[in-house]
Design a protein around this ligand. Sequence first.
Ligand code: PHE
Length: 334
Amino acid sequence: MSWASDYLDEARAAIVGAGSLQDLEQLRVGYLGRKSPLTLRLREAAQLEIEERAELNRTKIHLEDLVKTARRELERVAIERVYADSAVDVTLPGDPVPRGRLHLLTQIRREIEDIFLGMGYEVFEGDEVVDAWSNFDALTTDAGHPSRSQNDTFYLSEDVLLRTHTSPDQIRLMEARTPPIYAIMPGRVYRRDTPDATHSPTFLQVEALVVDRGITLADLKGTVLHFFRQLFGPAREVRMRTSFFPFTEPSVEFDVTCFICDAQGCPVCKHSGWIEMGGAGWVDPDVFRNVGVDPDEWSGFAFGLGIERIAMLRHGLPDLRLFWENDLRVLEQF
Ligand code: PHE
């Protein structure tokens, strides 16, 4: 056994057993560094036998290889530990992300739009700020009509106001197009009402307007019936009661059979089996004249519906204010 082979055995055992990269570096310095016994011995090499010098050099190279191999192995283990520590268990349940949803009123509005789009209607959006002409005059609502009063209407100036219904959209649309017209006009309307369970200074309506040749009240009834059957189920029936609106002649209010009790009688329909749904009528020829449509050639019908009312009836909501309070406990239910 030579000095070199003893040295190699000892160093190899230490290097192979190194537990960390730091330990390994210390061993490298100790066995191969400038002050290591091997280096010191090599420094005296000139006085050594050529055989011994060669053996020392082989030992050095061998040890350098061992260090390199050991370092690679320790690095691999270190990286694997990092991977293991940061590994993601894809089988764990994820953190739930809260999901948003459309407001109930938006859902119903879209449902209504879908039904009419299915009948080939267009959806037209008028403005919320309108002139008195389109909200009242063109709809033959004359100067003394109570709905024009400051007590009922939000005026921005003498002639400009927040629309009190979606009917001015009829005027806007007929001014912008030539018949035939098949359109619905959903949107926000404003009235000077004190908020309570059934009143609000702002709410949503949907207006419908049809202008074509030979339109009769039967078309109105068939359209409303189809609409309610789509919205509330195929067993629904519709009835009309005479009424009055300045811009329709004749005017009606329409009811639908109660979809809560199937017309058997319940608190929602006040035990009548019928629920009031809106106003309608045959477009007054004077309204046509006001927008330049010839009433001898064209006829049409219009109706208006309240969106909140549909939502409240359908879901048994007791108070209009629930729609705007943004209480998630309410809104999340839809
Ligand atoms: N605009 C009327 C209202 O707000 C409803 C209506 C619309 C009536 C269209 C007739 C025709 O009460």
